[in-house]
Design a protein around this ligand. Structure first.
Ligand code: GN1
Ligand code: MG
Length: 370
């Protein structure tokens, strides 16, 4: 179906003047649509939910419905009570003309339209400590917003998501295949990476063990708080919204903390090919943590603080493992533009993990001061 015919099934006022691919997501297909009439303009985001990743896209939309309903009510109450120093925002689902939260096309693909947060941008790379601090504040505020949601009100969006032991198991299964063996045999680089993983099998389990021991408990988390999912207000430079709400569900907030830091403290970004540029930037880490703690510090337990370093080390390892497994499996999960892109993405994350290991003492010290 033509995209313009598809988007016409949603209830947006005005005349469609532009519909273009938008953003750099690795999973869903995203487009920006601009509508105009004689006196104003509306911009909305059209997205196709990736069915190869999310087994039940309809449930993703039910979850989004619940999350946005809960947060919009809380945001409005907070705005009225004057709690905040700014207007925090969150995208809203735009209904279809038949009043549904999504449209299913003739191929069974699930599409949605959401509002665009205007006069704000998300960056692919950290811009400096001020930006990192605002990213921390936005994630901390988001954790506050979802903290009192009923976990039973959302369905598991992605079974096994951020359960590192399951990614290891998937990796082991992939290694059994002839194609993966061939890819591994053909490259020194890939062999080094396989060794890197072997040396850290135990690390992979650090948070899962803490949860099993009862030291950490699940709360509601975002699941994908990387830097380009954090919107910054163009006018004030302050964090204003977290976007990409597909994976909001019960989980360890450490996952969010580690995932945000692996993204924000690597100013070279996820696609860097010169590994010498990939380092964990402690100034950005300090700034992020300050912003985060200002918004969410009050509800962190001592045990949760104990595991912050482990989460910072774990998340780049986990993402590197996911990219590497996908490379060996033939790039079936993360979208690629070049053949070895997932291999290179994995190299970057493993390099970042090494950089974190080399700075362990100093990162632990900065975390103690929070
Ligand atoms: C994916 O949707 P996007 O591109 O922001 C992935 C994240 C990874 C990220 C790495 C559902 O996120 O877990 O951290 O790529 N999302 C899912 O860039 O797997
Ligand atoms: Mg995402």
């Amino acid at each position: 179906m033509e995209l313009s015919i598809l988007i016409n099934k949603f209830n947006v006022k005005g005349r469609l003047v532009s519909l273009q691919p938008f953003g750099n997501g690795n999973i869903n297909d995203t487009f920006l649509a601009i509508y105009r009439n004689t006196f104003s303009e509306t911009q909305v985001i059209l997205q196709r939910i990736n069915r190869a990743v999310f087994p039940r896209p309809e449930e993703i939309m039910q979850n989004m419905h619940e999350v946005t309903k809960h947060c919009h009510e809380k945001l409005e109450a907070d705005a009225e009570s004057g709690r905040d120093d700014r207007v925090w925002q969150m995208p809203r689902i735009i209904k279809s003309k038949d009043s549904k939260d999504y449209v299913v096309d003739d191929k069974g693909e699930v599409w949605r339209v959401i509002t665009r947060i205007m006069s704000a941008h998300a960056f692919d790379l950290a811009q400096g400590p001020e930006h990192a601090m605002e990213c921390g504040a936005a994630l901390g505020h988001f954790h506050y917003l979802i903290s009192d949601m009923d976990p039973a009100s959302v369905k598991d969006p992605l079974p096994g998501f951020h359960i590192t032991s399951q990614y290891l198991a998937a990796y082991d299964r992939t290694l059994e295949s002839a194609d993966a063996k061939e890819l591994l045999g053909a490259s020194m680089e890939a062999k080094r990476m396989a060794k890197f993983i072997e040396e850290r099998r135990d690390l992979a389990l650090c948070l899962e063990r803490a949860e099993a021991k009862g030291e950490l408990a699940r709360r509601m988390f975002h699941g994908d708080p990387k830097v380009n999912n954090i919107m910054i207000d163009d006018v004030t430079g302050k964090g204003t919204a977290m976007i990409d709400l597909d994976t909001v569900s019960p989980g360890l907030i450490h996952i969010d903390f580690g995932d945000a830091l692996r993204s924000i403290c690597n100013p070279a970004g996820e696609e860097e090919t010169n590994l010498a540029k990939v380092v964990f930037d402690e100034d950005l880490c300090t700034a992020f943590c300050k912003g985060y703690m200002r918004e969410a510090g009050a509800f962190l337990t001592d045990a949760e603080r104990e595991y912050l370093f482990d989460s910072i080390r774990l998340l780049p390892f986990e993402l590197g493992l996911r990219f590497f497994q996908d490379y060996l499996a033939g790039d079936v999960y993360f979208k690629v533009k070049q053949p070895e892109q997932n291999l290179n993405r994995a190299r970057v994350q493993f390099r970042l993990c090494e950089s974190i290991e080399a700075r362990e003492r100093s990162i632990r010290n900065l975390l103690k001061k929070l």
